[in-house]
Ligand binder design. Structure first.
Ligand SMILES: CC(C)(COP(=O)(O)OP(=O)(O)OC[C@H]1O[C@@H](n2cnc3c(N)ncnc32)[C@H](O)[C@@H]1OP(=O)(O)O)[C@@H](O)C(=O)NCCC(=O)NCCS
Length: 169
Protein backbone atom coordinates (compact mmCIF):
# COMPACT_ATOMS: atom_id res chain seq x y z
CA UNK A 1 0.00 0.00 0.00
CA UNK A 2 1.16 3.47 -0.77
CA UNK A 3 0.12 5.51 2.22
CA UNK A 4 1.89 8.59 0.93
CA UNK A 5 0.55 11.70 2.53
CA UNK A 6 1.07 13.65 -0.66
CA UNK A 7 -2.11 12.18 -2.09
CA UNK A 8 -4.26 13.10 0.87
CA UNK A 9 -2.70 15.55 3.18
CA UNK A 10 -1.99 19.23 3.27
CA UNK A 11 1.65 20.17 3.39
CA UNK A 12 1.54 23.75 4.47
CA UNK A 13 0.45 25.86 7.42
CA UNK A 14 -0.19 24.44 10.89
CA UNK A 15 -1.17 21.69 11.35
CA UNK A 16 0.54 20.20 8.36
CA UNK A 17 3.76 22.10 8.98
CA UNK A 18 6.69 20.00 7.80
CA UNK A 19 8.93 18.53 10.48
CA UNK A 20 11.45 17.14 8.00
CA UNK A 21 11.46 16.01 4.41
CA UNK A 22 9.04 13.24 5.23
CA UNK A 23 7.20 14.06 8.45
CA UNK A 24 4.25 16.41 8.89
CA UNK A 25 2.21 17.36 11.92
CA UNK A 26 -1.22 15.76 11.93
CA UNK A 27 -4.25 17.96 11.54
CA UNK A 28 -7.88 17.95 10.60
CA UNK A 29 -7.11 16.70 7.08
CA UNK A 30 -5.36 13.56 8.24
CA UNK A 31 -7.60 11.21 10.29
CA UNK A 32 -8.57 9.07 7.28
CA UNK A 33 -4.97 8.62 6.24
CA UNK A 34 -3.91 7.86 9.80
CA UNK A 35 -6.63 5.23 9.99
CA UNK A 36 -5.47 3.75 6.67
CA UNK A 37 -1.94 3.36 8.00
CA UNK A 38 -3.24 1.89 11.26
CA UNK A 39 -5.27 -0.66 9.27
CA UNK A 40 -2.11 -1.94 7.59
CA UNK A 41 -0.60 -2.70 10.98
CA UNK A 42 -3.32 -3.79 13.37
CA UNK A 43 -6.08 -6.37 13.11
CA UNK A 44 -9.54 -5.00 12.27
CA UNK A 45 -10.73 -5.19 15.87
CA UNK A 46 -7.63 -3.34 17.08
CA UNK A 47 -7.14 -0.76 14.34
CA UNK A 48 -8.36 2.76 15.02
CA UNK A 49 -10.80 4.15 12.47
CA UNK A 50 -11.07 7.65 11.08
CA UNK A 51 -13.50 8.76 13.79
CA UNK A 52 -11.15 7.66 16.55
CA UNK A 53 -8.24 9.61 15.10
CA UNK A 54 -10.48 12.62 14.46
CA UNK A 55 -11.79 12.47 18.00
CA UNK A 56 -8.33 12.32 19.50
CA UNK A 57 -7.01 15.13 17.32
CA UNK A 58 -9.90 17.37 18.30
CA UNK A 59 -8.97 17.10 21.95
CA UNK A 60 -6.79 19.70 23.57
CA UNK A 61 -3.27 18.48 24.17
CA UNK A 62 -3.37 15.73 21.55
CA UNK A 63 -0.87 15.85 18.72
CA UNK A 64 0.52 13.53 16.10
CA UNK A 65 2.70 13.15 13.07
CA UNK A 66 2.61 11.27 9.78
CA UNK A 67 5.50 9.96 7.76
CA UNK A 68 5.00 9.99 4.01
CA UNK A 69 6.30 6.44 3.68
CA UNK A 70 3.34 5.24 5.76
CA UNK A 71 3.66 5.83 9.47
CA UNK A 72 1.72 7.54 12.23
CA UNK A 73 2.24 8.51 15.82
CA UNK A 74 -0.34 10.03 18.14
CA UNK A 75 0.33 11.44 21.59
CA UNK A 76 -1.11 13.77 24.18
CA UNK A 77 0.29 16.09 26.76
CA UNK A 78 -1.29 17.33 29.95
CA UNK A 79 0.47 19.38 32.59
CA UNK A 80 4.01 18.05 32.83
CA UNK A 81 3.30 14.58 31.46
CA UNK A 82 2.84 13.26 27.95
CA UNK A 83 1.88 9.87 26.58
CA UNK A 84 2.32 8.08 23.26
CA UNK A 85 -1.14 6.78 22.34
CA UNK A 86 -0.21 4.82 19.24
CA UNK A 87 2.68 4.30 16.84
CA UNK A 88 2.39 2.32 13.63
CA UNK A 89 4.40 1.90 10.46
CA UNK A 90 3.02 0.13 7.39
CA UNK A 91 4.76 -3.22 6.85
CA UNK A 92 6.37 -2.22 3.56
CA UNK A 93 7.86 0.92 5.13
CA UNK A 94 9.53 -0.76 8.08
CA UNK A 95 13.20 -0.96 8.99
CA UNK A 96 13.95 2.38 7.37
CA UNK A 97 13.90 4.58 10.42
CA UNK A 98 10.29 5.71 9.96
CA UNK A 99 9.22 4.89 13.52
CA UNK A 100 12.36 6.39 14.98
CA UNK A 101 11.71 9.64 13.10
CA UNK A 102 8.10 9.76 14.23
CA UNK A 103 9.04 8.98 17.81
CA UNK A 104 11.62 11.73 17.86
CA UNK A 105 9.09 14.19 16.44
CA UNK A 106 6.69 13.24 19.24
CA UNK A 107 9.43 13.57 21.85
CA UNK A 108 10.30 17.02 20.60
CA UNK A 109 6.65 18.08 20.52
CA UNK A 110 6.03 16.77 24.02
CA UNK A 111 9.01 18.72 25.29
CA UNK A 112 7.83 21.85 23.50
CA UNK A 113 4.48 21.47 25.26
CA UNK A 114 6.24 21.48 28.61
CA UNK A 115 6.12 17.80 29.44
CA UNK A 116 8.85 16.57 31.76
CA UNK A 117 8.17 12.87 31.19
CA UNK A 118 6.88 10.95 28.18
CA UNK A 119 5.16 7.65 28.94
CA UNK A 120 3.97 4.77 26.80
CA UNK A 121 2.70 1.24 27.13
CA UNK A 122 4.09 -1.63 25.12
CA UNK A 123 3.41 -5.34 25.18
CA UNK A 124 6.15 -7.27 26.91
CA UNK A 125 6.04 -9.57 23.88
CA UNK A 126 6.65 -6.76 21.37
CA UNK A 127 10.42 -7.07 21.16
CA UNK A 128 10.63 -4.91 18.03
CA UNK A 129 8.92 -1.91 19.59
CA UNK A 130 10.74 -2.43 22.87
CA UNK A 131 14.08 -2.33 21.05
CA UNK A 132 13.10 0.95 19.42
CA UNK A 133 11.96 2.55 22.66
CA UNK A 134 14.92 1.38 24.66
CA UNK A 135 17.33 2.63 22.00
CA UNK A 136 15.68 6.05 22.32
CA UNK A 137 16.20 6.10 26.06
CA UNK A 138 12.86 4.89 27.40
CA UNK A 139 13.15 2.87 30.60
CA UNK A 140 10.63 0.59 32.33
CA UNK A 141 8.76 2.18 35.23
CA UNK A 142 5.91 -0.25 35.69
CA UNK A 143 4.07 -3.32 34.52
CA UNK A 144 0.37 -4.06 34.06
CA UNK A 145 0.03 -7.80 34.47
CA UNK A 146 -2.22 -9.56 31.98
CA UNK A 147 -3.16 -6.22 30.44
CA UNK A 148 -3.76 -7.55 26.93
CA UNK A 149 -6.49 -9.97 25.91
CA UNK A 150 -4.00 -12.78 25.31
CA UNK A 151 -2.76 -12.39 28.87
CA UNK A 152 0.45 -10.63 27.94
CA UNK A 153 1.78 -8.02 30.32
CA UNK A 154 2.02 -4.37 29.36
CA UNK A 155 5.22 -2.58 30.24
CA UNK A 156 5.04 1.09 31.13
CA UNK A 157 8.08 2.91 29.80
CA UNK A 158 9.12 6.48 30.47
CA UNK A 159 11.53 8.97 28.99
CA UNK A 160 12.66 11.98 30.99
CA UNK A 161 12.54 15.11 28.86
CA UNK A 162 15.12 17.61 29.88
CA UNK A 163 14.62 21.03 28.29
CA UNK A 164 16.78 21.48 25.22
CA UNK A 165 17.96 17.87 25.05
CA UNK A 166 17.51 15.96 21.82
CA UNK A 167 17.73 19.18 19.84
CA UNK A 168 20.33 17.86 17.41
CA UNK A 169 18.51 14.64 16.60
C1 LIG B 1 7.39 -1.13 15.97
C2 LIG B 1 7.35 -0.41 14.63
C3 LIG B 1 6.57 0.91 14.83
C4 LIG B 1 8.79 -0.09 14.18
O1 LIG B 1 8.72 0.64 12.96
P1 LIG B 1 9.99 0.79 11.98
O2 LIG B 1 9.76 2.00 11.15
O3 LIG B 1 10.23 -0.49 11.28
O4 LIG B 1 11.19 1.04 12.99
P2 LIG B 1 12.58 1.71 12.62
O5 LIG B 1 12.98 1.36 11.23
O6 LIG B 1 12.51 3.16 12.97
O7 LIG B 1 13.56 0.93 13.61
C5 LIG B 1 13.88 1.47 14.86
C6 LIG B 1 14.45 0.38 15.74
O8 LIG B 1 13.45 -0.56 16.09
C7 LIG B 1 14.05 -1.85 16.20
N1 LIG B 1 13.51 -2.71 15.17
C8 LIG B 1 12.72 -2.37 14.15
N2 LIG B 1 12.37 -3.44 13.43
C9 LIG B 1 12.96 -4.50 14.02
C10 LIG B 1 12.94 -5.89 13.78
N3 LIG B 1 12.26 -6.40 12.73
N4 LIG B 1 13.65 -6.70 14.59
C11 LIG B 1 14.33 -6.19 15.64
N5 LIG B 1 14.36 -4.87 15.95
C12 LIG B 1 13.68 -4.04 15.15
C13 LIG B 1 15.52 -1.66 16.01
O9 LIG B 1 16.07 -1.35 17.26
C14 LIG B 1 15.53 -0.45 15.10
O10 LIG B 1 16.74 0.24 15.12
P3 LIG B 1 17.89 -0.14 14.06
O11 LIG B 1 17.25 -0.11 12.71
O12 LIG B 1 18.91 0.93 14.27
O13 LIG B 1 18.35 -1.52 14.42
C15 LIG B 1 6.68 -1.27 13.52
O14 LIG B 1 7.33 -2.52 13.49
C16 LIG B 1 5.20 -1.47 13.74
O15 LIG B 1 4.37 -0.66 13.30
N6 LIG B 1 4.84 -2.58 14.43
C17 LIG B 1 3.44 -2.91 14.69
C18 LIG B 1 2.78 -1.87 15.61
C19 LIG B 1 3.53 -1.72 16.91
O16 LIG B 1 4.06 -2.65 17.48
N7 LIG B 1 3.54 -0.45 17.40
C20 LIG B 1 4.14 -0.12 18.68
C21 LIG B 1 3.17 -0.42 19.76
S1 LIG B 1 3.74 0.16 21.34
Amino acid sequence: MNAGITRHGRRSAQPGRRKSAAIVAAGAAHPALMAAVHATTFLPDEAWGTAIFAGHLSMQGTFGFLHEAGGVVLARAAADEAEILTLAVAPEARRRGVARGLLRAAVEAARTRGAATLFLEVSAANSVARALYESEGFAPVGKRRGYYEDGTDALVLALKLSPGANAER
